[in-house]
Design a protein around this ligand. Structure first.
Ligand SMILES: [Fe+2]
Length: 363
């Protein structure tokens, strides 16, 4: 009996007598059969109504079985094709299998053998289709899992950021503004979209390590002692340590967190990196961070006027800051009267991080 989901078969042979033999056999087994006397006619049938099973002779006028097979595999890949060959044509039959035919039937037909080969070919077809569908759903499942992992990651980072905001609410908004300045600089420098996204993420997270800094020191209104300053300046290394396991695949984002207080002249912290040893992504965020730290109000001083902060950037370029990043900042935010920018709304899909810099490094 034909499987319940497969009832139609197209028999292609230029000899009507041989076609009838197969058709009678298949109809006896529950198939509905269509007949075609050539490859061209077979294609016309398939265009009108694709069928799950085609049994085709190899040698036919107009279009031979191989050409028909190629066309079917290309246009109806889920169709099972069985080739009919003479015993002497085993080599051609094997070539058909390589092209994608599921099996071949040798003439003269032995009915039981035809039945067995047809059943086997249809089983094979079903497995192939199931496998394809499994692969497709597997990809969907992997995507769903990847999205979930990303969500969990964001939730984890949010929890850390909220903890920091609770600890240091005075500086709320800094990281969002730094991310905005940094992406503006990065665009002006012509960096690619992936790099810009990394810079945005790194900028949003750059001060996360302040979660490990004493609240008393963070909120201190007066000048910090040397020991207190060094304690605050542990935040880049702490941040990189916290985020390391979460951002394993994003070493540049980690570098931004760890190195945003490095200086071109090697006098920065925590590693004293110099010049090109500081990645461009980090140099971009350093300029953005410094500008926002200078123009923000602090517990111990009002924010610097924009003109004064720009002057500082100009004076410190080459020593502390990358001159091209400073120049890109000036170009990207040339509307000085619009500076400093207000805290932008967090992008719904980005990390709405509100981590702030106490700005001591620039005092
Ligand atoms: Fe910082």
């Amino acid at each position: 009996m034909a499987p319940s989901d497969v009832t139609t078969c197209l028999v292609v042979d230029d000899e009507p007598r041989l076609r009838r033999v197969l058709v009678r056999l298949l109809e006896g087994d529950g198939f509905t059969c269509r007949e075609a006397g050539s490859g061209v006619e077979a294609l016309r049938h398939l265009e009108q109504e694709p069928v799950p099973l085609v049994i085709s002779d190899l040698r036919m006028p107009e279009m031979d079985g191989v050409s028909l097979l190629r066309e079917i595999i290309r246009r109806w890949p889920d169709t099972a094709v069985l080739m009919v060959t003479a015993v002497a044509e085993v080599e051609s039959a094997v070539a058909c299998l390589q092209l994608g035919a599921l099996d071949y039937l040798a003439k003269p037909f032995h009915l039981d053998e035809v039945r067995a080969r047809v059943t086997q070919a249809l089983d094979k077809r079903r497995l192939i289709i199931e496998n394809k569908s499994y692969q497709l759903h597997l990809e969907d499942r992997v995507q769903v899992q990847a999205r979930r992992i990303e969500e969990l990651f964001l939730e984890g980072v949010h929890a850390l950021v909220h903890a920091l905001e609770a600890k240091d609410p005075y500086t709320r908004g800094h990281s969002m503004r730094v991310a905005n300045y940094a992406t503006g600089i990065a665009r002006e420098l012509g960096l690619d979209e992936e790099t810009i996204n990394t810079i945005e993420l790194g900028a949003e997270l750059h001060d996360l390590g302040k979660i490990g800094v004493s609240e008393v020191v963070l909120r201190k209104a007066g000048k910090l002692s040397d020991a207190e300053y060094l304690h605050v300046m542990e935040h880049p290394a702490i941040g990189a340590r916290i985020l390391g396991p979460l951002l394993r695949d994003m070493p540049t984002a980690i570098a931004i967190v760890r190195s945003h207080h490095e200086r071109l002249d090697g006098r920065g912290l925590p590693d004293g990196l110099m010049g090109d040893a500081i990645p461009v992504e980090v140099r971009v965020v350093s300029v953005a961070d410094a500008f926002d730290a200078m123009t923000s109000e602090r517990p111990y001083r009002p924010g610097l006027p924009v003109a004064r902060a720009l002057q500082e950037l100009e004076q410190m370029k080459g020593g502390q800051f990358d001159p091209s990043a400073v120049a890109a900042f000036r170009r990207a935010f040339s509307e000085v009267t619009a500076l400093p920018i207000p805290t932008p709304e967090p992008h719904p899909l980005r990390l709405p991080v509100r981590v702030l810099d106490a700005g001591r490094a620039f005092d």
